[in-house]
Design a protein around this ligand. Structure first.
Ligand code: IDP
Ligand code: MG
Length: 133
């Protein structure tokens, strides 16, 4: 069984979408192995998004991810990393497939409601950043 890290981002928590998003995750047969609601510190957000440091959207991203509560989840399923990326859709909701979380709920490419790990290796790193702190 593979694991991936999911985050319900501040824009979605603020709009009371935790339940709807978790229902989509469970309906897609993921098992929730760990879950917590926190507000990310600047330090934690910078550690989590270190790969994006220097990109034009980096400062806005850190501000967004620390702006309110998030829900972090460790999800388990066969092929969890790819399967959850399919469930969330593309980064920009305007190009996301119908019935994906981002198509349904994301506001735009910046405030896109959810995070999902992009590889097995990054899933392990991200789970430890969020849950070993
Ligand atoms: P992903 O979340 O689909 O893996 P990444 O490229 O890893 O997308 O970017 C991380 C996050 O940074 C995105 O989810 C989004 O919140 C933000 N982001 C990415 N690209 C842009 C952009 O071009 N403009 C503004 N924000 C962006
Ligand atoms: Mg990414």
């Amino acid at each position: 069984m593979q694991q991936t890290l999911a985050i319900i981002k501040p824009d979605a928590v603020e709009r009371n979408l935790i339940g709807k998003i978790i229902a989509m995750i469970e309906n897609d047969n993921f098992k929730i192995k760990r879950m917590k609601l926190i507000q990310m510190s600047k330090n934690l957000a910078e550690t989590f998004y270190y790969v994006h440091k220097g990109k034009p959207f980096y400062d806005k991203l850190i501000k967004y991810m620390t702006s309110g509560d998030i829900v972090a989840l460790v999800l388990e399923k066969e092929n969890a990393v790819v399967s959850y990326r399919q469930l969330i859709g593309t980064t920009d909701p305007s190009t996301a497939d119908e019935n994906t979380i981002r198509k349904l709920y994301a506001l735009d490419k910046s405030y896109n409601s959810v995070h999902g790990s992009d590889s097995i290796e990054n899933a392990k790193i991200e789970i430890s950043i969020i849950f070993d702190n």
